[in-house]
Design a protein around this ligand. Structure first.
Ligand SMILES: [Zn+2]
Length: 136
């Protein structure tokens, strides 16, 4: 059995690591290539997981923004049409701004919650909350 003081000590030594983890966040980037008439995003699911978002939600956004029909194949996203890497990463940044990063503290420790038909971005770091637009 550990004493209360020991438990507290453990808590404090673990805390800085967690904080470091949060400030270390780096915006992930798509790695894509054009193959014939298709564009393949090789790390699509990894990027969605880095952002802690459902790959299908991210796909819906990318489809709407690029007007290219997409489907997920394993970890990859297969898109109809040729879409340049820079365009894709630009759209990814727009997605993160709207659906991942807190508007108040800028941290990515957020979740999407739906209440009475409205979806909010809720921040776990500062408690901030703002509505986000629906992807139709
Ligand atoms: Zn926040």
């Amino acid at each position: 059995m550990k004493s209360y003081e020991e438990l507290l000590d453990n808590l404090y030594t673990q805390l800085p690591e967690k904080l470091k983890e949060k400030t270390r966040f780096k915006m992930p980037e798509f790695r894509s290539m054009i193959q014939g008439k298709q564009t393949i995003v090789q790390n699509f699911v990894d990027v969605a997981e880095d952002l802690r978002r459902d790959p299908k939600h991210l796909m819906k956004f990318i489809t709407k923004e690029t007007a290219a029909p997409c489907n997920i194949d394993g970890k990859r996203l297969i898109m109809k049409g040729r879409i340049r890497d820079r365009v894709l990463n630009d759209r990814l940044e727009a997605y993160a701004k709207e659906y991942v990063l807190c508007g108040e503290c800028g941290k990515p420790d957020t979740t999407l919650v739906t209440q009475e038909g409205v979806t909010y971005l809720k921040c776990e770091a500062c408690g901030g909350r703002r509505p986000v637009s629906l992807i139709k």
